[in-house]
Ligand binder design. Structure first.
Ligand SMILES: NC(=O)C1=CN([C@@H]2O[C@H](COP(=O)(O)OP(=O)(O)OC[C@H]3O[C@@H](n4cnc5c(N)ncnc54)[C@H](O)[C@@H]3O)[C@@H](O)[C@H]2O)[C@@H](O)CC1
Ligand SMILES: Nc1ncnc2c1ncn2[C@@H]1O[C@H](COP(=O)(O)OP(=O)(O)O)[C@@H](O)[C@H]1O
Ligand SMILES: [K+]
Length: 514
């Protein structure tokens, strides 16, 4: 990375997340209240403006590394401290020899940002607040744009209007890559929602801590590649902080396969569903369980008229076979293509299956019957629920929009209400356990937005769980690797191609188990 002008507290190079060596359970994600506390505590121990100086220096340094051929930089700064960070970066980039233009939304509101503006002006930058946001006419694809309009101080309940909205319009149409300071402007740090609209950045440098909203809901579409700079300020200890579920957080978590393994030692997976016309779903779940490595896979058709599984390694069963000893040993994945018929079998499964995952129609049956929900809460062993947002809304008795508006809150509420481990699926799947553990999945992409990939997820998690993993580990590993397989598949082909469910199972089999 090239070096800029000497700065007294020039920070170490920001960290690109894919190379991180974070804690085994995953990097912590901090909500905005914690970040505000963190910032205030850090500022107390430092000279005035030091945090902003470090933040701006980190932005400048990363900007030069990401756009090494840039000849000019356009910085769009808001009136808050996010804008202050941008002004510091603008001054340093100019000192490093780049042609820098700054657009400032309004006269700065805070002491830190006023200091940054005074420094920028003293360095010769012409910065006048207001005026139309006009990009430099000759801004090219190699040049750099810095989005420092809004950060953590965004008021989420009002859509940006006036000059800030005009600046966001200008950012929509630029050839150059956009580096967002702290957050893409308009993105809500805690939820990944947008305050009406948000900037689409190519890169985001998250300051102090990482924010949950960068990874879920609209976050992935707006943040681009995420970088991190902790500004040298130690993080506060937060016991229940959500964790980022990524490759390092899953390393070494795969089920062991001793040399003397045999099919009886690798677990029995029962996939229960297959109502008439819906037998494909149960076959996908069963095939995914087989690919995960479960020893014996039983596909239970609830309707005898449903087509039997076509894969020769799957055992076709009636629901009556799943009782007594067989049930007591089973890992059960219930509900994929289950139709209304699954409801009648759920009391016995909730009571008798030591490891139980409920998906699709089993979730709909659960949402409709309070007695089932009560039975689930009374279970002594773990259960896993895998709703997509509409199923989650049914389980919570609210709208899909309400679920999506705060996915972390929704998944935590589900885990509490049903006494189960839950994954709320979709872009940036969120996971929660009844004891408060929580995670956001960093893997996966829109290639997964095709029918049947959720059935594959259910069977894949079940197949991992059947091999002796603890429920939370199976859920974490299952969700992350499901997304990672889609990422590996997409890496070979570029974005835009959907991944069908059978190919997804092949991609899961191809994924290295490290
Ligand atoms: N004070 C410091 O030393 C540090 C500040 N930091 C930076 O400071 C940022 C937070 O700064 P602030 O609290 O000043 O907040 P912001 O700069 O994110 O936003 C506040 C400004 O945006 C306006 N605004 C808020 N919601 C809006 C909306 N919906 N539409 C239009 N305008 C809106 C406000 O009126 C105000 O002018 C962080 O994101 C980070 O970039 C970090 O660099 C850490 C150090
Ligand atoms: N845009 C996306 N980004 C990441 N993952 C996605 C996206 N769209 C769908 N998925 C994943 O694909 C799977 C779809 O599951 P689901 O909606 O239950 O589909 P189905 O019922 O057809 O099997 C889930 O694991 C979900 O997280
Ligand atoms: K920003």
């Amino acid at each position: 990375m090239s070096s800029g002008p000497a700065a007294p507290d020039w920070p170490a190079a920001p960290q690109a997340l894919p190379r991180h060596q974070g804690p085994a359970e995953g990097l912590p994600l901090h909500d905005s209240a914690t970040l505000r506390r963190w910032e205030a505590e850090a500022a107390r121990g430092l000279p005035p403006h030091a945090l902003m100086a470090r933040a701006g220096a980190a932005v400048a340094r990363l900007g030069r590394a990401l756009a090494p051929h840039a000849r000019q930089v356009w910085v769009l700064a808001g009136a808050g401290n996010n804008g202050g960070d941008g002004l510091v970066a603008a001054r340093l980039l100019q000192a490093a020899g780049l042609r820098v233009r700054v657009w400032l939304a309004a006269e700065p509101a805070s002491g830190d940002a006023r200091w940054a503006l005074a420094q920028a002006r003293a360095a010769g930058l012409a910065v006048l607040p207001g005026g139309p946001p006009q990009p430099p006419a000759d801004l090219g694809p190699d040049d750099l744009v810095i989005d420092a309009l809004l950060g953590l101080g965004l008021s989420a309940d009002r859509a940006p209007a006036g000059p800030v909205a005009a600046a966001m319009d200008a950012l929509d149409r630029l050839p150059a890559g956009i580096l967002a300071v702290d957050l893409p402007s308009g993105l809500i740090a805690d939820t990944g929602g947008c305050a009406g609209r948000a900037v689409r950045a190519r890169w985001t440098l998250s300051l102090l801590g990482l924010k949950p909203g960068l990874w879920t809901a609209a976050g992935r579409d707006h943040a681009g590649a995420i970088w991190h700079e902790d500004l040298g300020a130690p993080a506060p200890a937060e016991a229940t902080t959500p964790r980022l579920l990524d490759a390092p957080a899953c390393a070494g978590r795969w089920p062991q396969r001793p040399h003397a393994a045999h099919k009886g030692s690798q677990g029995d997976l029962w996939a229960v569903g297959g109502a008439a016309g819906l037998s494909g779903a149960i076959e996908l779940a069963a095939r995914a369980g087989l690919a995960a490595g479960a020893g014996r896979i039983h596909a239970v058709r609830l309707d005898p008229a449903a087509a039997p599984p076509s894969h020769p390694a799957l055992m076709s069963r009636t629901p009556q076979a799943l009782q007594g000893e067989a049930l007591a040993r089973a890992t059960v994945v219930a509900g994929c293509g289950g139709g209304a018929a699954i409801g009648a079998w759920l009391p016995a499964l909730i009571h008798g299956a030591p490891r139980l995952l409920l998906d699709a129609d089993a979730l709909n049956a659960l949402a409709a019957d309070p007695a089932l929900a009560q039975a689930l809460r009374l279970r002594r062993t773990s259960a896993v629920l895998t709703p997509h947002p509409l199923e989650a809304a049914r389980l919570l008795g609210c709208t899909t929009e309400a679920v999506q508006a705060d996915r972390l809150a929704a998944v935590r509420q589900l885990a509490q209400r049903y006494g189960a481990m839950v994954v709320l699926k979709g872009s940036g799947s969120v996971l929660a356990a009844p004891d408060g553990r929580c995670a956001i999945n960093a893997s996966g992409n829109a290639a997964l937005a095709s029918g049947g990939t959720g059935d594959v997820l259910a069977g894949w998690i079940g197949g991992l769980w059947a091999q002796g993993l603890d429920a939370w580990d199976a859920l974490r590993l299952g969700v992350w690797s499901h997304g990672a397989a889609a990422d590996a598949w997409q890496a070979d082909r570029g974005p835009g191609q959907p991944l069908d469910a059978l190919r997804l199972i092949e991609a899961l089999q191809d994924l290295p188990r490290r």
